[in-house]
Design a protein. Structure first.
Length: 284
């Protein structure tokens, strides 16, 4: 038994120390479950958070959206891009801005966010084939590894041992976490998502992103599972110890991806990747 074992209860106790999400981000996450959301009110709240508004407008004006004229306000961005797209951009900027650098030796903070953004973009591209909400898929993809951030920022010495074990044994991160800590980032991520009152479907996706259940097939957890595997395979994060996680065949089959559709997913993910990283993961 490892000297660094921790219980889920110990991890939960440390959640209280985490930075709270900006209020508007919490409200936007909750709004995925609210069909009668008040757009004008939320646009005003986003506009009042200068850092969030600035990143959102930079993304709205990036080459990916190819707008004919420059968007200058959040209300304009919602009018041109649609509320769903703007909401996912604001949530992305808010979550990434809420975490400071990890302190565990060997943890690549920038690489972590590059992988999260690659998974988010890939999930959004895949969602269209699974008839899932593309923007909900983007947010779920971005948040899928949240548990790693809890572990690396709240248990840095423990997590340094996880990373050392991964390199020593040449195994996957989940396996190293369970061997060293006795718990894994999928369990801890679900606990954080519930603590933040994130919609249950995203909580389930975070919990099951490595091992989707049969009830997840053709739904958001299967989309993010496949997106996670693809983004590891594309190695957009530039991780020297990259190991592609196992693909659950049932989840893959449930998306009914043809070879041309898969090529389009690869192309869309790679085309949007650098712009999105530069804006979402940039330091203020």
């Amino acid at each position: 038994m490892s000297a660094h074992q921790i219980t889920l209860e110990q991890a939960l106790a440390r959640l209280q120390d985490l930075p709270a999400l900006p209020l508007v981000v919490t409200e936007l996450l909750a709004s995925f479950d609210d069909p009668e959301v008040e757009l004008g009110e939320l646009a005003a709240k986003v506009s009042n958070d200068q850092a969030l508004a600035a990143k959102t407008l930079r993304l709205a004006n990036s080459s990916f959206y190819g707008l004919q004229s420059r968007v200058r306000t959040i209300s304009q961005a919602i009018a041109v891009l649609g509320f769903d797209s703007v909401r996912s951009l604001v949530v992305g900027a808010g979550v990434i801005g809420g975490f400071q650098e990890g302190r565990a030796q060997g943890f690549d903070f920038d690489g972590f966010w590059r992988h999260a953004i690659a998974t988010a973009l890939c999930a959004r591209a895949l969602a269209r084939h699974a008839r899932c909400n593309p923007e909900l898929s983007f947010v779920a993809g971005l948040l899928h590894d949240l548990g790693r951030l809890v572990l690396v920022t709240r248990f840095p010495e423990h997590y340094a041992e996880v990373l050392a074990q991964r390199s020593l044994r040449d195994c996957g991160l989940l396996e190293a976490e369970r061997a060293v800590l006795g718990i894994d980032h999928a369990q801890v991520g679900r606990a954080l998502a519930q603590h933040w009152r994130i919609p249950e479907m995203i909580c389930r996706t975070i919990a099951n992103h490595h091992h989707p259940l049969q009830q997840d097939y053709g739904d958001l957890p299967a989309v993010v599972h496949v997106a996670n595997v693809i983004s590891h395979g594309l190695d957009l994060a530039g991780d020297e110890d990259e190991l592609v996680p196992a693909l659950v065949q049932g989840a893959w089959d449930s998306l009914h991806l043809t070879p041309p559709a898969l090529r389009a997913v690869f192309a869309q993910t790679e085309a949007q990747f650098e712009d999105t990283c530069q804006i979402l993961a940039s330091r203020p």
